[in-house]
Write a protein that binds this ligand. Sequence first.
Ligand code: MN
Length: 241
Amino acid sequence: MPPLIGITGRAEQVSTGLSTPFYGAFQSYVVAVREAGGLPLIVPPILNPAHVPLVATRLDGLLLSGGGDIDPAEYGEPGHPLAAGIDLERDRTELLLVRAALENGLPILAICRGIQVLNVALGGTLFVDIPTQVPDAVIHDPKDGDAWETFNHTVHLTPGSRLAAIFDAPALQVNSFHHQATRRVADGLVVTARAADGVVEGLEHRRHPFCVGVQWHPESRFGNQPGMERLFVAFVRAAGG
Ligand code: MN
């Protein structure tokens, strides 16, 4: 039996063109987990809080997927005008889920919004909007329909970090599709990757067996350096694959 990897889902309606909302996740997450040897299972963003610890005990690994902004009230900036796509139910579900996964020692891979959920769950804060809050930032959120396929910026990996070991490289070319990033790093986490402008692009937990966050989208096969699947292979292996 391959390890069961929970992939956090999102609520969608407008972008699908469907007349009724659905809960789902981009195919790229599911395919990346499956190709790395995991058994993917999409977790809806509406769990009863009382059931979250049970879900965490049933999974072998947790993938926190991308999506809209976390409610800034979760890290002390309520009502910020540049926060977008907030889903309070999803916030609640994912913050509880990542805390339960950390308590259980469940391997965690946190992508884009996911790295932000990880940081906020442990008490860190975010830049609500990089272009207005980070001076001289590189472009992290290109307004370009081809961004997933073509856009890259460099990230420098922290020597000795899990990311540096997984990729066996000092730096990577990555895609970038975010307007928020880690501001204050939560206690227990360390920075493992930064862009040239200093924006945090990777975090890992100091003591947890496998808790890795990246701000880019390694699940996308386009616009990434070859070998990006190594991150999924390492994650699934940590989950028992
Ligand atoms: Mn970026």
